[in-house]
Design a protein around this ligand. Structure first.
Ligand code: CDP
Length: 218
């Protein structure tokens, strides 16, 4: 039997990781996992209980959180205790506090368990911050996407509901999350030594995908 493939696509906030990961999964017929969505779902769980800082987490509560995801026809749905939270986890409120929750060891371990179990029996493309460095250090292919903050903010701003937020707040949030994510003690955002870096600043989605494919198919 052919071995399961793991393809890790890490990178900065809003660098197009999930778009590329889905394209790679579609192309090869692999499963897709958005690790960031799980950090967002855990954050949503605590926020609903009125807890907005990670130092107030009751560790036993994590055992009450089941996470699931379903990728179908280009659409990725995220379930928190069987409830579809795909839209709720993208709100500004969650983006503002998720990186604080993602610093917590117990939160990360909860997500890691899910990612590893899910990809045990199937080839999977996973996007995140520490997939190639910590979660799957032996991944078959690793990519690291980055771009100028202003370009990433412009792209994210074009995707979201403008009534909710303005461009400057989007830029501030991306910068805040990149700094928090790359300076944390556990599993910081950084390029794995053996990852292929791609500066996506001046590239279209298809141009990035061509680069990714050319590396995988070489
Ligand atoms: O899509 P976007 O770039 O906005 O971020 P995301 O992938 O949804 O991740 C949201 C947040 O979750 C990040 O800013 C990190 O704080 C955290 N995260 C992480 O710590 N490790 C991962 N593997 C993925 C996300």
């Amino acid at each position: 039997m052919l071995k399961n493939m793991i393809i890790a696509i890490d990178g900065e906030a809003s660098s197009g990781k999930s778009t590329q990961a889905k394209k790679v999964a579609d192309y090869f017929g692999y499963s897709y996992l958005d690790s960031g969505a799980f950090y967002r779902a855990i954050t949503l769980f605590f926020k609903k209980k009125g807890i907005t800082t990670a130092n107030r987490i009751d560790k036993n509560d994590l055992n009450k959180i089941s996470l699931n995801s379903k990728y179908d026809d280009g659409k990725n749905s995220i379930y928190l205790n069987d409830e579809d939270v795909s839209n709720d986890i993208r709100s500004t409120d969650i983006s503002e506090i998720v990186s604080d929750f993602a610093k917590e060891k117990t939160v990360r371990e909860h997500v890691y368990r899910h990612l590893r179990e899910f990809s045990e029996n199937r080839s999977t493309v996973i996007d995140g911050r520490d997939i190639g460095t910590v979660v799957f250090p032996n991944a078959d292919f690793k990519f690291f996407l980055y771009a100028k903050p202003e370009i990433r903010a412009k792209r994210r701003f074009s995707e979201i509901n403008k009534d909710d937020i303005n461009y400057d707040s989007v830029l501030d949030n991306l910068n805040y999350r990149d700094i928090t994510d790359s300076t944390r003690k556990i599993a910081p955002l950084k390029k794995a030594y053996d990852a292929h870096s791609i500066d996506v600043s001046d590239l279209s989605i298809d141009q990035v995908f061509e680069k990714v494919l050319s590396i995988i198919e070489k």
